[in-house]
Design a protein around this ligand. Structure first.
Ligand code: GLY
Ligand code: MN
Ligand code: MN
Length: 440
């Protein structure tokens, strides 16, 4: 299995600590277990920030980073080994495993955190944490601070600065290392296989969930624990619902099906959309719309390179889509004016992409100092233009209504431009029709 090597977690912690102010401490909690219903838990997914810094896969754990601390800069609080609990729920690393296998300098039972952590915070000037995103943990941090404050008359020194960790950590996460790109390539490879399999299985009379099952099969077979987000399998008019999740309609002859799905490998997402005809052959209207979306995506790729700014790819898609819609008579008027008045938004109402990484909509600022961010090597993003003609749009001829097309790929910015991670699934009309014909 391709995964992030242990040395990389060490490097990340060191890089974060190098950016923290002197005499500071960072505290991060693991994700909580989410209950699905009575005695049943959701599949556990570690918090992305926590995972990024530790690779530690268990709940009920807290990372503490103290740059410059003589007795060890990295302390992990975690669950202790417990033969009875492990019999029911599976193995735990325990404090020894935290040190031996996860590189902690020191580890303590999570049950002792209230006794130990105030002593580690005491004397540090500044506390970094993900303030505001986890109310319960924020309250714990304040309780630990208050323990120190209550001993001020004994000379205890509480910290007086509280800083959001996100700014430093999320900027680090925005730049993908070689190891991260390798894992993302693997997630992309498996997701491409899943889309190909769903294309091959596509038949009128099946349900949307039949194709979702094909995706899930490839995801699991490839070693992915779960999809990176709820798979969208949207046939016919459902393709015009951007975050469609129902996935239970019948696939009809003559309709398109839009699938937006990707798996997660070692907590790294892929995010692919393909749109194809259920019966394997595009109608003239479907093809006309499809070709515009594809051309807009090609135009966007050309705008992804170091020193181009974040919005250039989006602007390229708007240009091609608006011109294309005018050519088909779906919009009337001057292309530049239609862009200025955002008339295209009736058909293309989302942006061309987002950062991609451990979170499918990954962290990282899109603007810096009020200006669009300039792309740099290692940034990963999606390119996903679309045209959606509402089934209720009375301004267009009936033959166009209910057509929804999105094409989405994942890219990483390279020195020369960008690497497309998700090239392994057909995209042109000819390629898709050939692949589907061969599967009939
Ligand atoms: N799958 C969600 C998105 O494409 O952003
Ligand atoms: Mn996306
Ligand atoms: Mn998507």
């Amino acid at each position: 299995m391709i995964h992030i090597p242990k040395a990389e977690y060490t490097r990340r912690r060191k890089a974060l600590m190098a950016q923290m102010e002197p005499n500071s401490i960072a505290i991060l909690p693991a994700a909580a277990v989410a209950i699905r219903n009575r005695d049943v838990e959701h599949v556990y997914r570690q918090d992305s920030d926590f995972q990024y810094l530790s690779g530690f896969p268990e709940p009920e754990a807290v990372i503490v980073l103290m740059p410059g601390r003589q007795h060890g800069e990295y302390v992990l609080f975690c669950r202790e080994r417990n033969a009875e609990r492990e019999l029911w729920d599976g193995l735990r690393a325990g404090t020894e495993g935290a040190i031996r296998d996860f590189g902690a300098d020191d580890a303590f039972p999570i049950t002792d955190i209230d006794d130990i952590l105030p002593g580690l915070i005491e004397g540090r000037d500044r506390v970094y944490s993900a303030m505001g995103s986890n109310a319960e943990f924020d309250r714990h941090v304040m309780e630990w601070i208050n323990v120190i404050r209550s001993k001020a008359h004994l000379g205890a020194q509480p910290p007086n600065e509280f800083v959001a960790l996100d700014h430093l950590l999320h900027d680090m996460r925005l730049y993908k290392s070689a190891a991260e790109v390798k894992v993302m390539r693997e997630a992309a490879r498996i997701s491409c296989a899943a889309h190909v399999r769903a294309m091959q299985a596509s038949r009128a009379g099946l349900h949307e969930f039949s194709l979702e099952a094909e995706l899930d099969y490839e995801f699991r077979k490839g070693g992915a624990k779960m999809p990176a987000y709820g798979s969208i399998v949207a046939a016919g008019r459902n393709s015009c619902i951007l975050h469609y999740q129902q996935n239970d309609a019948v696939l009809k002859d003559g309709d398109l099906v839009l699938i937006d799905a990707g798996c997660e490998i070692d907590c790294y997402a892929s995010d692919i959309t393909r749109t194809w005809p259920v019966n394997g052959k595009f109608s003239p209207e479907q093809k006309a719309i499809y070709e515009i979306v594809l051309a807009s995506q090609e135009a966007a790729f050309k705008q992804i390179a170091p020193n181009k700014h974040w919005n250039q790819a989006h602007e390229a898609t708007v240009q091609v889509i608006t011109a294309g819609l005018v050519k088909l008579g779906l919009l009337q008027g001057d292309v530049d004016e239609l862009i200025a008045s955002e008339a295209y938004r009736a058909f293309y109402m989302h942006r061309a992409g987002h950062w991609l990484g451990m979170d499918v909509h990954d962290v990282g600022e899109y603007k810096v100092g009020g200006e669009w961010r300039v792309l740099e090597v290692g940034m990963a993003l999606t390119v996903e233009p679309g045209i959606y003609i509402s089934p209720d749009n009375q301004n267009v001829a009936k033959k166009w209504r209910g057509i929804g097309v999105r094409i989405e790929d994942d890219v990483v910015v390279t020195k020369q431009g960008c690497e497309i991670l998700t090239g392994g699934v057909p995209k042109t009309v000819a390629e898709i029709e050939a692949l589907m014909a061969a599967a009939r």
